[in-house]
Design a protein around this ligand. Structure first.
Ligand code: 5GP
Length: 192
């Protein structure tokens, strides 16, 4: 998605060897007009797949998932990090290792909001080692729901998550795939 790549080139900053900061439009301040284009692009790619639920993980996936859901006209469920008193009753639960903090935490989704009747599109901001996506895939599996695929805004293709998850037969659509990056030279995108 050219608009997104341009924005990453313009406003993204590389930290160390493997962290891309996009705080000015994606992860802290949010450019909702850009989110709208991202949502439409996910809808174009997954049109006709019968998506009736979008699943994401808090916190940074939620904004994108909500805007995308307006194109899909379906609800969004977000996996919560750790048990919350706000969710009553039974939950699906899985463990996710955080890329940014290195910690392993439990994520939960109420059984009320995901079940065998659902055709689920997972949406997230980044794909790196794949732990977040695999955790969400596990929850879809526990629910007996159908996984339509995953829509990712930025995939760091030099990290192993994307290849491993595609090898499991999951359709992963990433709108910008980074082949390599460094503080000196910025980002280089993979061919579409
Ligand atoms: P994974 O589980 O695939 O290793 O990492 C995915 C999660 O880590 C995403 O939900 C995202 O929040 C965070 N993440 C991974 N890499 C980056 C990065 O380069 N920049 C930012 N801002 N977040 C990242």
């Amino acid at each position: 998605m050219e608009l997104l790549k341009q924005r990453i080139r313009q406003d993204g900053t590389v930290k160390g060897t493997d962290v891309l900061k996009v705080d000015s439009f994606l992860n802290h301040q949010m450019d909702v007009a850009l989110f709208e284009e991202i949502g439409k692009e996910f809808q174009r790619r997954f049109a006709g797949c019968g998506v009736n639920k979008i699943l994401t993980i808090e916190a940074s996936g939620i904004g994108i998932a909500c805007v995308a859901a307006q194109s899909f006209r379906c609800p969004v469920v977000f996996a919560k990090k750790s048990q919350s008193k706000n969710i009553a009753g039974e939950v699906y639960t899985t463990k996710v290792e955080s890329f940014t903090h290195g910690k392993v935490y439990d994520v939960i989704v109420s059984k009320k909001f995901l079940g065998p009747e659902d055709r689920v599109l997972i949406i997230d901001d980044f794909l790196a080692n794949g732990a977040a996506l695999e955790g969400l895939m596990d929850i879809v599996h526990q629910a007996g729901a159908t996984l339509v695929g995953a829509g990712i805004v930025i995939e760091k293709a030099f990290q192993p998550g994307g290849d491993r998850i595609r090898a499991r037969g999951v359709r992963v659509e990433s709108l910008a795939r980074i082949k390599s990056m460094s503080e000196e030279n910025g980002v280089e995108f993979a061919e579409d």
